[in-house]
Design a protein around this ligand. Sequence first.
Ligand code: HEM
Length: 682
Amino acid sequence: MTATAPAEVRAPGEDRVLVRPAVLLAGAVVVGILAMAALLWAGDGRPVPAIDGLPDAGLGTGWALPAARVLTDLAAVLTVGLLVLGAVLVPARDGELKGARLRFTRAARWSAVAWAGAALVQAVLTLSSVLAEPVGDVLEPALVWSFLVDIDVGRALLVQAILAALVAACAWWIRTTTGAALVALLAVAALVPPTLTAHSGGSEDHTVAVTSLMVHVIAMALWTGGVVALVLLGSADRKSFPVAVPRFSRLALWSAVAVAVSGVVSAAVRLETPSDLVSTSYGRIVVLKAVLITVLAGFGVWHRRRSLPRLSVDSGRRVFARVAAVEVLVMAATVGVAVALSRTPPPVPDDVGLESVGVARLLLGFDLPPPPTAAELLWGQARLDGFWLTVCVLLAALYVVGLRVLHRSGDRWPVGRTISWFGGVVLLVAATSSGLATYAHVTFSAHMVQHMLLSMIVPIFLVLGAPITLALRTLPRGSGQVGPREWLTAVVHSRYVAVISHPVVASVIFVAGFYVLYFSALFPWLMQSHWGHILMGVHFLLAGALFFWVMVGVDPGPRRPPYIARVGLMLIVMPLHSFFSIALMMTEAVLAESYYSLLGRPYATDLLADQHYGASLGWATGEIPIVIVMIALFVQWVRADDREARRTDRRQARAERTGAGADELADYNAYLGSLAERDRGR
Ligand code: HEM
């Protein structure tokens, strides 16, 4: 391996090696595995031989499995770091990948290959551990294959390996910044599958546990991967280094906060009482992680105070790279500690068997709620949904940041938009975390009300909040460099958005979604898992947001039809939704019957009656969005006319004042005169 930049060529501006990449990466692997081994050895997660006579995978698997997990996590972190650096952190004057950005993106293919390989090795070792048989005895292709496609944890690792291999393939040939950004997103998505199986569906707080771990691992990869990539950039490209580091500093702050908050939430659902932090092996490792993140935050503060101001001088760069290299080793050790944590039995067991909980609990992830009353539907059975809560916090936080930037620049923002946006966010919290959201898993009628809120009501308020306009007015202008603002503009004006935001296409996506979902095998399949529920909710929200963005959105983007056409389209689309409700009321077949029967709820026992009741609620509440949108459309129409009238008056006044430009009124009167003249001549 050459002395400096990732294995490729030494480019102009490359400097004397600040930190040898091979040494840094090897050091991280060793420190990570040693930290994992030390914690497992000292705690309850230590692999021990099984009692004689019982099947045993052996100590080989016992130690190799967590080691493979450390390798998988570290290869994932490096891949994400290299891609984010190539796509986001190193400034680009145009959309083409060049210089350090191209080299880092290309280097990511190797770490992605390592990632895919380590994930597959982890899968085979997990099979050995699950079957309690030495790894040599489970290497039957049919057995491995059925584990990879039929068993959740095997499937998650297979999907991760496939996505990582895809990242490697793409990193081989992409040539544009947008391409690199999309591959970086793919790499982030590849982090997710194992987090979905890290906590069994039947145990309490399932979505909070899974979502917090998902946020945790993604934020950790962005933070740790970014630091590793910057240390490597230090030698590879001294020109962009002083720009890339401050850019990363902002990302690092948000990521560190997200790692800490999601880590605490993850720990909280796995610990019974605060005393578990000292009395249990799991708790003590959590405390160690809290100490390590404090140390890492210390590094961040030090960099901001001491090394960032000196990045433009060589000595400053050297100090940054050396200190950051130590930081990388501490982060690698923390990843090792994290793997030891995930291999240590938590005080609140992650997985619960059928024998200890009823079918309903296994299907729902919580106990069957009591018969619904107004109080139960509002707050009695409220349950925080980790995924949606994260979405709502992000929507609110990003809008507040935008408002603050606008306020600081002395710009004004219509308060109506702010009220509408936060109204939409509050409604989204209500639709996804109130008692209604709990009953939406239990009765079809509650599900239909949630569906109406997510697809018809919440999106209207969010699009009237004009988030894209706020983003374009507050995101930093790239001063000739490609950055978040340029990407947003590119997305909004992309061919893809032009096609899906065509009024007819947006209407079809909006309406057809209901028919396809409920009158196919999709609905019963999605009802069976919490993630199926979340996917339905995401579809309702996005399809609704797209449709209402076209109808009443104030953001730049699609070529909107004239107001009269939009009123017409509303009057076509909404009855189509009513037909859907009527069709549902006419059905004699119970949708997702096996799911609702398995729940065995002691109320709304007539499944078909509850379904028809849900359909009638859908029909009745379908009127609400029509009213809201018609009001918004008329207000916008009147305002647009006013603006047009004022513009005409200004042009008229300017024409009269200067005698230059079209004197529209005079022209119009002349035209009327010519018509009158013609009529008189007849
Ligand atoms: C306040 C600090 C932190 C807390 C409370 C915390 C807590 C947790 C918890 C509870 C888990 C789930 C473990 C399980 O499956 O049972 C976890 C996973 C993880 N944490 Fe943290 N964490 C913290 C900081 C960090 C930091 C700073 C890093 C890395 C730089 C990190 C890396 C990870 C990784 C990689 C995993 C997934 C491990 C695996 O399953 O492969 N965490 N963390």
